[in-house]
Ligand binder design. Structure first.
Ligand code: PHE
Length: 453
């Protein structure tokens, strides 16, 4: 019989760093800069910050409340809190399914980051080369992206089997400070480049005429993805929070770290891109895998060793950020399998790693061998991305807000947010208003728009 005794994170800083580790990931360093590039720079960032404040943070706190109160994984939390309304459990189940699906395709891009780290350690990006062709050849290769994806899954697996405290918390405590340090060094390097001023202008001077429906939708979708909210990821982590953790403060700190890293990633990437004439900021998803390798050798051509260190540190940063996110996705699924089917944590992790790796193989090959396999016109990779980031996360976020704002006993919400009256929370009424009205209505509008676009 598996031991189902639950552990908690060991310290407040561990709680914040693990949650911030989940939030900070490819979403910040890969997705945020390319959306900023496509959606007009500063204006997009402004809308994004508003979404973080009024949608992201309230839903994150709601996930924390559900997780810590139920002390259960997201798949079972709703049954604990709403035993007389079993339909709510499907919100949690959708979260578990989303964890499998996101890990399946996120693992593929995670694998790319590993491959690019290896390539930059071998000095590949220091020479004049056709990096578009390099990228295309790699992602469509019959086995290399699969190999790197599997390696990344195994890395995640090793951390997860070590447990919540020894695995997740310990790694986050080491990797998050490293990540913050690396990104600061990169910002300094990037700002010393000749084109830095144009890059900064792009990031800091808003052009409000750029804000349209697409920008709003992109910003809201990005908020959920980047903050890891809407699928119970932070609900599962919160089930390991100690009783004295301040939920509002934790959510505020996580949001601050997540947004800062995203903006700093912009400070690294845009000055560098602007310093090379002819490169464009709206290169889309290829920005960090195609445009940046060009930057490394062009911008640092005179001092190749700086270019070498810059590129290696950049991809290492991407690996670290991605790893702290993949462990959180893995934990959602592992905790569910472990507690629901009463198998050991190790066995649960093996199941999750195997299922996600199989899914990952299909997603990885959808850039090459399986590129003709389409569902609704999308490759398997794009399908997983669309179904999760565009549909399941907003829908989940909306239902989490409705559950906490409308269904859950107000006393429970109050007790969780104030730690049974020990903390003074001045905006409690405003928080409930955001949960009951603002978040569901705003999210419903993104969701409907995405569906019928
Ligand atoms: N927040 C992560 C990122 O920015 C992605 C993620 C989404 C992780 C959902 C967990 C859950 O990369």
């Amino acid at each position: 019989m598996a031991n189902l005794e639950r552990t908690n994170f060991g310290s407040k800083i561990g709680i914040i760093l693990a949650s911030a580790g989940s939030a900070v990931g490819l979403g910040n360093i890969w997705r945020f800069p390319y959306l900023t590039g496509e959606d007009g720079g500063a204006a997009f960032i402004l809308v994004y910050v508003i979404c973080v404040l009024f949608l992201g943070i309230p839903v994150m706190v709601a996930e924390f409340i559900i997780g810590r109160r139920s002390r259960a994984n997201t798949g079972q939390a709703y049954a604990v809190l709403a035993p007389s309304a079993p339909a709510w459990k499907w919100v949690g189940m959708m979260g578990v399914l989303a964890a499998f699906l996101i890990l399946g395709y996120y693992g593929v891009v995670a694998g790319w980051t590993l491959e690019y780290t290896v390539a930059s350690s071998m000095g590949v990006f220091l020479n004049d080369g056709d990096y578009t062709a390099f990228f295309n050849a790699f992602v469509s290769h019959p086995w290399r992206p699969v190999l790197y994806m599997v390696l990344f899954m195994l890395l995640t697996h090793v951390i997860i089997v070590r447990g919540v405290k020894e695995g997740i918390e310990r790694c986050s405590k080491v990797m998050m400070p490293m990540l913050l340090l690396i990104i600061c060094v990169l910002v300094v390097c990037s700002l010393s480049l000749p084109g830095a001023a144009d890059g900064l202008k792009f990031l800091l001077q808003p052009d409000f005429s750029k804000i349209d429906g697409k920008v709003l939708l992109d910003a809201m979708g990005q908020t959920f993805f980047s903050m890891s909210v809407g699928m119970g990821c932070l609900c599962t982590y919160a089930s390991y929070f100690t009783n004295d953790a301040n939920l509002m403060k934790t959510a505020g700190s996580v949001a601050l770290i997540d947004t800062t890293v995203a903006v700093l990633a912009g400070f690294v990437i845009f000055p560098a891109v602007f310093s090379v004439p002819g490169l464009s900021v709206d290169a889309g998803p290829g920005l960090v895998f195609v445009t940046l390798p060009n930057v490394f050798h062009l911008a640092f051509g005179d001092v190749p060793w700086v270019g070498y260190i810059f590129s290696l540190m950049f991809y290492l940063l991407l690996v670290l950020a991605t790893l702290t996110s993949t462990i959180s996705l893995h934990e959602v699924a592992t905790a569910y399998v472990h507690e629901r089917f009463r198998v050991t944590r190790r066995r649960a992790a093996v199941v999750v790693t195997s299922v996600c790796a199989v899914l990952g193989v299909f997603c990885a090959l959808s850039f090459g061998l399986l590129s003709d396999v389409r569902v609704f016109g999308l490759t398997l990779f794009d399908l997983c991305d669309f179904v999760t980031a565009k549909l399941m996360l907003p829908l989940g976020g909306m239902l989490i807000a409705v559950f906490t704002g409308w269904y859950l006993d107000r006393r429970i919400v109050y007790d969780e947010v104030t730690n049974c009256g020990k903390l003074r929370i001045p905006f409690f009424k405003f928080y409930i208003f955001l949960l009951k009205f603002v978040a569901p209505i705003a999210i419903a509008s993104i969701f409907i728009n995405e569906l019928f676009r």
